[in-house]
Each structure stands twice: as C-alpha cells, then as structure tokens.
Design a binder for this molecule. Structure first.
Ligand SMILES: Nc1ncnc2c1ncn2[C@@H]1O[C@H](COP(=O)(O)OP(=O)(O)OP(=O)(O)O)[C@@H](O)[C@H]1O
Length: 299
C-alpha cells in the first residue's frame, strides 16, 4: 500500500444473520484528506466504520488502515492498559494512531472534564497537553465541571477532546455535530479544519449535507451496503453539469420558471424581452441535498 493511502478497502462484506449490512464495498481514503460518508439510515455506514476502527470483524474483503489490517487490533484495548505500546506495526501502537470520536462517553459522570481528559491522555505515548485540548474544543470554562452537568453539545465537545488527545494520524468522527447549536457547529468546523491543516486524515459520517459540503475534500455516498459514488462535493452526481432553473415574474404577477442548460442565454433573452431588469429573477442549480436524495432514490 502506498504512503499516500490511509484507508484501502476492497470487496468488504458483512452480514448480521440474513441482513446484509455491507455488500461488497470498495473505498480509498488518501492521507491528509477529509472524507465524509453519507447515507440513509441502515445504509451500512456504522458497520463499515466499526470494521475500519477495529471494533468489528468482517465476513470478507481486504482492509488496510494505516498499513494494518484492523482485524488484528480486534480485542486489543489501548484504553485502560498500563503497558506502553510496542513496535510501530503492533496493533496496540496502531490504536494510538487512530482517534475515534464515539457518541457519548457516559461512564465518567462524577469526574470533571479536566480529570477525564487527563485520564485518557495517560493511555497515549505522545498525548497532547490536556489543558490545550480542552481549550481547542472550547471547554476551558467547564474544565472543573463534572461531566454529568454538561449540556448535550458540551458532552460532544468532550467526546471530540477524547478522540484527539492522543494526536491521532487518522480521526473517525461519527455524526460529530448532532445536538450542536449553529455557533458550536461552526466552531467545531474550524477545529476540524485546523486538525486537517495539521495533516490529520479525517473520516466523518454525517447526515448534514451542509457539513459534508463545508468540510469534505471528497464525499462517499453509501446506499444498500455499497459505495454508490465518490466525488468532491461540487461534482457529486454531475452536479456542475445539472440543468439550472431560471425563474422570473411575469407582468401579471405569476412566477414562471424554465430548466435550461444555457441559463445565461435565457437570462439575456428575458432581459431583452423585459427591456432591462427581469422582475424576481433567480437562477438555481440543484443543491447537494437534491442530488443526494436523487442518488439514494428518495426523489
Ligand atoms: N449488531 C447488529 N445486529 C443485527 N443487525 C445489525 C446490527 N448492526 C447493524 N445491523 C443492521 O445492518 C444494517 C446496516 O446498519 P448500520 O448501523 O451499519 O447502518 P448506518 O448506515 O450506520 O445507519 P444510521 O444512519 O441509521 O446510523 C441495518 O439494516 C441494521 O439494522
């Protein structure tokens, strides 16, 4: 596997009894990129990500994550271990290179934010300063608060702090901004951009199309256990080539619209027809959400 590739997957399959969750999935994630996985409920995202994280076995397929088969790390628990990780290729040192932001840490209700972050920092060979991590996720004012007193959004920030305290090369984020208010989401996006600029490879699952658009270098759409398309957000589903919709208001006040592959020509024609300004003129192209819903067969 090349140094440029962080994740390499071919023909991945996983079934739970009769339910096929992942049905022959191929995926490549490059080092340093932000990759967003989108897909409807039950599409197979969590199963795929858990296999990549080394928390679930697979039925078939080839998987390499930072040059290791994550199945070798199944059952190796970095958290709670007192022994330092050994050779770089060892599953336990691999675990230290992979950050995971889980939904809800939960079990540390009576500890303060600072205590939990310090506790987790102790599991990693080259952890970042816990106070700095707390600052990065915007929890400095809550550092001495017990975790059960945090709001939902603040708990998610703590989850993120625990995912990044070990300075991971690769970070998995599962629906990271669920429950965030708009300001917190934008602050979180800045944090992701900082981590990415520092060279961290990031894989995030999200249901928010604007989040994928704002953060991802590439988006992968999973449907029915397969990756149905991978593209940059602006190219997904041939979005750039999609027809534009031109709308305007007629002199009797009705709104008319027309689909056009040459909207500029249509606007020029309308301008000539109206002798200048076209009332209520709008030109729109399909949003990422329109394209996505079409791809997964919801529209
Ligand atoms: N432990 C399990 N036992 C049985 N079936 C499971 C298990 N985990 C997932 N499944 C099934 O596998 C399929 C894929 O589930 P998965 O959780 O991977 O989807 P997802 O894309 O993450 O969905 P969501 O967006 O709802 O989180 C679903 O049909 C689900 O019901």
């Amino acid at each position: 596997m090349s140094d440029e590739v962080a994740i390499h997957v071919r023909g991945l399959r996983k079934a739970y009894g009769d339910t096929v969750a992942v049905a022959g999935l191929d995926l490549d994630v490059r080092r340093g990129e932000v990759f967003a996985l989108l897909g409807p409920n039950g599409a197979g995202k969590t199963t795929t990500v858990e296999i990549l994280e080394g928390y679930r076995n697979r039925d078939a397929g080839e998987v390499r994550v930072l040059d290791l088969d994550p199945e070798l790390a199944l059952g190796s628990r970095l958290r709670g271990s007192t022994q330092p990780p050994r050779a770089p290729g060892h599953p336990r040192s691999w675990r230290a290179r992979v950050g995971i932001v889980l939904q809800g840490t939960g079990e540390f209700d009576e500890l303060t934010v600072a205590e939990v972050v310090r506790h987790f920092a102790g599991f990693y060979p080259d952890a970042e300063d816990p106070d700095k991590v707390i600052e990065r996720v915007g929890l400095t004012a809550k550092a001495r608060a017990r975790t059960h007193t945090l709001s939902g959004g603040q708990k998610r920030r703590l989850d993120v702090a625990l995912g990044i305290v070990g300075r991971p090369e690769l970070l998995f984020l599962d629906e990271p901004t669920t429950g965030f208010d708009p300001e917190a989401r934008h602050e979180f996006w800045e944090l992701i951009r900082d981590l990415s600029a520092a060279g961290t490879t990031i894989v995030l699952t999200t249901h928010y199309l604007d989040e994928a658009e704002a953060l991802a270098d590439r988006v992968g759409v999973i449907a029915g256990g397969r990756l149905v398309e991978v593209a940059t957000p602006d190219r997904l589903g041939n979005r750039q080539e999609a027809q534009a919709t031109v709308s305007w208001r007629t002199p009797d006040g009705r709104v008319e619209s027309a689909e056009s592959a040459t909207p500029t020509a249509l606007v020029a024609e309308l301008a000539a027809r109206f002798g200048g300004e076209v009332p209520g003129l709008t030109v729109t192209r399909p949003t990422l959400e329109d394209i996505y819903l079409r791809m997964i067969g919801q529209r």
